[in-house]
Design a binder for this molecule. Structure first.
Ligand SMILES: Cc1ncc(COP(=O)(O)O)c(C=O)c1O
Length: 469
């Protein structure tokens, strides 16, 4: 850095030099940046010295919490031993072999014995791009080149690269990027609380959602539909729980039409729901599982596509004829990331963080329900494990929702920040989410809810104005 540059505030240098992801440029130039200086456990410290309880775990990812010296020691040892080597063309390294075995072992323990191989990447988006390509590859190898379309859901979030961004079902991510690409279809968002017809039971709602999917398959022709992708619990859409019987019925439809099921467990994986994976916890039978975030608790960018034996067999049989699978990245199977993944799992197992997520998550949800559940503009407090949401409504009795342009959840989120708690306003509907590190204690949950409750009280007059009538 030049000496003159040192004299400028860090905020100015940021505005002059950084192109931030998912950020409004004009707003940032007026109000940004908010600089985070450090973190420990569930707490962040910003440059103003404020103590913030991170009820986002970053972006749903720092599952073991911040500042773990054991992770720092692992990184140091791994870098000193083998800072990098690729795993192309059959090369390998011990940490990546052990991590693949360990991840599969966790799946097998939870009953998903059909999952058989792990392909590593660096982020959830590239893993879903890998899946997008794998589905095509699989059907080309088995002589079904017309079977290529993928069904996703409105409100889904699967990342923002070209294919993953197309699978994502939230319009703001498509606007002006010419997405989605052809061959990606979106079926309705299965969020009962918001999208049920008046008087419709949850079972009837599920049946309507499934009938719509069957309708899409019939319209397109099953011979053209390759896969269905779903987050077991939709995260970015607003922590949307599947309606009763949804996945059981969906699985039957997919099996009947020879359509692969991709479970995107980028958020739900590695303990967040109070189970190691939603696949086991919710008894799903995916052909491919996407993992990222919690696999290293975000201490290193690692993702994975875990594939079933059924897919592997097709790849294996075609191998002599098709030659090497020409897909992979420089950092696929990075030895340092893999070593951190192993230590991350050690910590989770030793400290019982999956069980803690179930227990403290249930407590956090109860505390939130008690403190704000009867608030006039809180429609629903829901979730599973440490994946919780507060959804806002303008009129509870009439089930009237706020004008999306009002951004009420952003108003509450901003107030929450002022009160020292980070709870994320999400981009699809009026929801703020709670997904703290899984090491959150009961006392920390109490403190977070106390702060959030005060923030909501402070935001209430503004919400009342926006609720209209
Ligand atoms: C379910 C899901 N899939 C994929 C992604 C994309 O992951 P990344 O941001 O690491 O590319 C995310 C990110 O939040 C996610 O929530």
């Amino acid at each position: 850095m030049e000496d003159t540059a040192r004299n400028y505030p860090l905020e100015d240098i940021d505005r002059e030099t950084l192109f931030h992801p998912n950020t409004s440029i004009v707003d940032h130039l007026k109000k940004g940046p908010h600089i985070i200086a450090g973190a420990q456990g569930v707490r962040l410290r910003d440059r103003q010295g404020r103590d913030l309880i991170d009820c986002g775990a970053g972006l749903w990812c720092v599952n073991i919490g911040y500042g773990r010296s054991e992770m720092a020691e692992t990184a140091k040892r791994a870098i000193e031993n083998l800072a990098y080597y690729h795993i192309f063309a059959g090369t390998s390294n011990e940490p990546v072999i052990r991590l693949a075995e360990r991840v599969l072992g966790l799946f097998h323990k939870s009953g998903a014995n059909h999952l058989s191989k792990v392909f590593f990447g660096t982020g959830g988006s590239d893993a879903n791009d890998t899946n997008f390509k794998l589905v095509r590859y699989y059907n080309n190898l088995r002589g079904k080149p017309e079977k290529k379309k993928i069904i996703s859901r409105t409100g889904a979030y699967h990342g923002l690269t070209y294919a993953a961004g197309s699978l994502t079902g939230i319009q703001v991510y498509h606007k002006a990027f010419d997405l989605p690409v052809p061959g990606v279809l979106h079926t309705s968002c299965p969020h009962y609380f918001r999208f049920a017809n008046p008087g419709e039971s949850e079972e009837a709602f599920t049946d309507r959602m499934i009938a719509e999917i069957e309708g899409i398959i019939a319209r397109e022709g099953a011979e053209t539909v390759a896969a269905f992708i779903a987050e077991p619990i939709m995260g970015t859409a607003g922590v949307l729980m599947p309606p009763k019987g949804y996945f059981e019925k969906l699985q039957k439809v997919l099996d009947k039409h020879d359509i692969l099921f991709i479970a995107d467990e980028v958020i739900t994986g590695f303990g967040r729901t109070g189970h190691w994976f939603a696949t086991g916890g919710m008894k799903l039978k995916p052909d491919i599982v996407t993992l990222a975030k919690g696999i290293t608790s975000a201490y290193f960018p690692v993702s994975a596509s875990v594939i079933s034996d059924k897919i592997w067999k097709v790849l294996l049989e075609a191998s002599p004829e098709f030659g090497p699978v020409m897909h992979g990245f420089t950092y696929s199977g990075h030895p340092v990331g893999a070593a951190l993944g192993l230590t991350n799992i050690d910590i989770m197992e030793r400290e019982g963080l999956v069980e803690q997520a179930a227990e403290v998550g249930a407590y956090l949800k109860t505390l939130l329900s008690e403190r704000i559940g009867s608030h006039p503009y809180v429609g629903e407090v829901r979730g599973m494990g440490q994946m919780i949401a507060v959804e806002f409504v303008a009129d509870k009795a009439a089930r009237r929702f706020f004008d999306p342009k009002a951004g009420v959840h952003r108003i509450v989120g901003a107030k929450a920040l002022e009160h020292g708690v980070l709870s994320r306003p999400l981009p699809f509907i009026e929801v703020t989410s709670f997904s703290p590190p899984l090491c959150m204690s009961r006392a920390e949950a109490e403190e977070a809810v106390e702060r959030y409750g005060k923030a909501l009280d402070a935001a209430t007059p503004e919400l009342a104005k926006l609720a209209g009538g």
